[in-house]
Every structure is written in structure tokens, then in C-alpha cells.
Design a protein around this ligand. Sequence first.
Ligand code: FES
Length: 495
Amino acid sequence: MSIRLTIISGGKSDLIETEYGDTLLKILRDKAYSVYAPCGGRGICGKCTVNVKGKGKIRSCTFYPERDLEISLPETGKAVILTSQSLNLEEMPFEKKIKQPFTTKPFGVAVDIGTTTVVMYFLDMLNGKTVKTSSFLNPQKTFGADVITRIEYCQKNRDGLKELQTSLIKEINKYLDDFTEQMNCSQENIEIMAFAGNTTMLHILLGEDPVPIALAPFTPKFTDKQIRRAINTRLSINPDGSVITLPCVSAYVGSDIVAGLSALKDSHTNYLYVDIGTNGEIALVNKDRIFMCSTAAGPAFEGSNISCGMAAVSGAISAYPGFGRYEVIGNTEPSGICGSGILDIVAYLLVNNLIDETGLMKEPFIVYPENDIKIIQDDIREIQLAKSAIYSGIRVLMNLAGLTFNDVEALFLAGGFGNYIRTDSALLTGLLPGELKDRIYPVGNSAGFGVLQYLRSEHFGEKINRILRKTKYIELSGLDEFTTEFALNMDFRTG
Ligand code: FES
């Protein structure tokens, strides 16, 4: 039986026809509508709500339309590009990387595929200038907020991997087409694409099965650099061009970490590099070795397991200096709270004794009553788990390297969360070590910057290889020391 749905989204109205029997989330997904579904449609997170005329707000993943309906989708926030250039990142001198271009005006595209946000840098391969930067929310968000949920989707659905891959490639192609139109050139002119991302994102991009990443002993299909002919990738570039994914370290330390770490200036001997996203990846560098690990911090700092949480996109409360004052990304009306805002609020609650050292909360804390934005006890528990995982990961690596915090010259904070985070809140809550108070430096989108350098210079590839040779990956899940640290650091008293 077929039914007709009127979909109102972004000020436009479309009529779609579909067969009866699927969830509304699946129908919308199949018709390329973007609905945020952090739990991947398991009915747990409550964030996939849409408005059905005559019924009000419903969860799209548990609702099966049985007749013609009118459905309004919520506004989707815009991705924010981190453009600020950190003084701690090193721009490589440009060398012509394409020795024999196919066209007279060759372009390259460097892409950082984040679980939440994708950033594309368009590079003129004759002079090394970045011509354009684009950013968008990873369309895979409609299959789940974190890598595990997306892998599960691939595992449970016969065409799951294809669906996830197609959603991403379609969106990337849209931006490639926009670029060629704007530059008045053709897809033939784009001769090389290089990608950095976590190991799962790269598997999905290349259509490789990501399921082994989630199963012990967590052995991905590949971790080394992959080079494919563009014609085999469905990316809208010169079919004879190259598509390259930068090397990863392990199932949970991807090439985004490798690229970001390689992009740092060589100005310190002992330092930490921490990327807090849906996982918390940590690298501790000393003279001879680099220890790396990934902590299952959960996606709390991406706003996913938080009742009113959301990604760091327009509409998110990103800072909460206190007493009802807040900052919203995009200066719009608040629609939720992103990681940096949540951390600020937890710090505020601690300072004002509205939660105790163990995280116990007397009552929910109302942040923006008009839209029912609040922090509840479960949110505090999620933050405790996440911050303990990160802090404990740092401690374990420090012990392995035989370093004390006095030996560490700098802690570089990568990614969007690291950029928006207020150091005071990170220290107060015990997310980051108080001993490093004056040595914490946000480095913005260092992964994106790194993959861009890969297109600018042969030497960057050598830098990556040097880093990989020094790297020792530490699997935290099997370490008693991590378990002990994790339990010890749950309370708010490490900062
Ligand atoms: S409740 Fe529907 S996606 Fe989570």
C-alpha cells in the first residue's frame, strides 16, 4: 500500500510517495532528508523527533506512518568551520606534487572526515593556494552519532555499508560540483583527493567492511595508506585521478590523529596531543617514543548522550559564564547545549555547590526555560564517565613514558571541542590535569590542516612516516591500571 507524505523542511514543502511498512526515519533517510538520529534508530535517545500534523512531536524511528500525513522537520544547524590558524601548526613550503597534471589547471582537495563534521579544502595544485574551504555536517548522523552505532548499522542491515557510504559520497560530490561550477572548470580538473579521518570513517568511505573494528581483537581491514583510482570510488573527480587515505594507527586511532600530530611545529620535546570527540584520542610524545591510545569517552562531549545535548553547530550553547549568561553558536536562539557549554555548566554547578564532589545533583538545572533546555542528573553522570576516561588515559600514558606533569611542556587540544572549551572549566571538572594549567593550547582543526599539508608537500608524508615509526599503540581496555585510574577519577576532585 502506498501513502503520501508532505514534508516541510527548510521553508520548502515536498510531496513524497512511499510504501507502507517502514519507520518514518527510514523513509526520510531513503528520500535524503537529514534527521539527527544519535542512537541509530533504537528508540533510546529521543532526538529524532519531528512534528506530525495532528499528532505533535513524535520519534521518527519508532513511528510507522499508516496514512497520508504532513510532517515538519526541525531546522538542522549549520556546521561551523574552524578557520583560525594556530601558531603551533606548521605550514609546509609548497612543492608541485602532481608532476604531470592531466589538465592545465589542476586542483586537489584535502578532506577531514569527522564523525560529526566534514571539512573540505580546495587547493590550486600549481601554486599551493587554498582557493576555498567548505564544511558540512556528516550526513551519516542520521544512522547514529558515533562510530559504534554506525558500524552496528552496517552489521544489521544488508545494504547498511552501501547506504552510509553513499550518503557521504553524495554530499562530498555536491560540494565538488559546487566548486567546479564556481571555478568554471570541470571535474577533470580535480586530480587528487586526500582524506584524513578516524579508521571507521575511512573504511566506510572506501566501502570496506568496518565491522571488525567493533569486534575483539579490533583488527581493521587496513591501517596503512590507501591509494585508489578515482574511477573506483564514485567521487566526482578526474576518473584517472588519485584518492588517498592517510595512514591510521589502530582501530580507534585514525589518520586524523596522525595528520594532526604531524602538523604540529617541532618546537617541544615532551608534549601531549588530545583530541576529544566521540572518542578521546591521546598521544604522548617524548624524545624517542610516541604513546597513543583511544579512550572510550563516549559521545557526551559531542552532545549525544546528554538530554539537551547537540553538536557544536548553530543554535548550540557553547559557553556558560554563569548566572544565566550564555553564548550561542551563530548568535541564534538556543536549541541545545554542545560539549563546551555542558562542561561550563558543570563547572558552574560545582563552584556554586549545586552538585557535590561525587556528582550528586539536588535538582535539574534549568539553562533556558523557553526551550526546556536543562541539565539533569544523568547528564552529570555521562560527563563524569567521559572526563574520567580522558584524564585516566593521560595518566596511563604518562606512567608508561615515565614522565611527570612537570616534564610536559605543552598539551595541544585538537578539534572543535578543544577550540571552544574554556580551560578553566576543563581544569575545574578534572577533564584535564590542573598541573598543566598554563600550558594548554587549542590547535583548531589540526587534522584538516595536516591533510592539506600532505597535498602541499612530499615532506609531510615523510613526517607522517617518522611519527608512525616512533608510535606505540596502547590498548587501554585490557589494562588494570586504566580500570583503577578510571574508578579513581570519577569524582570531581582531580582538577
Ligand atoms: S530515539 Fe530515534 S534515533 Fe534515537
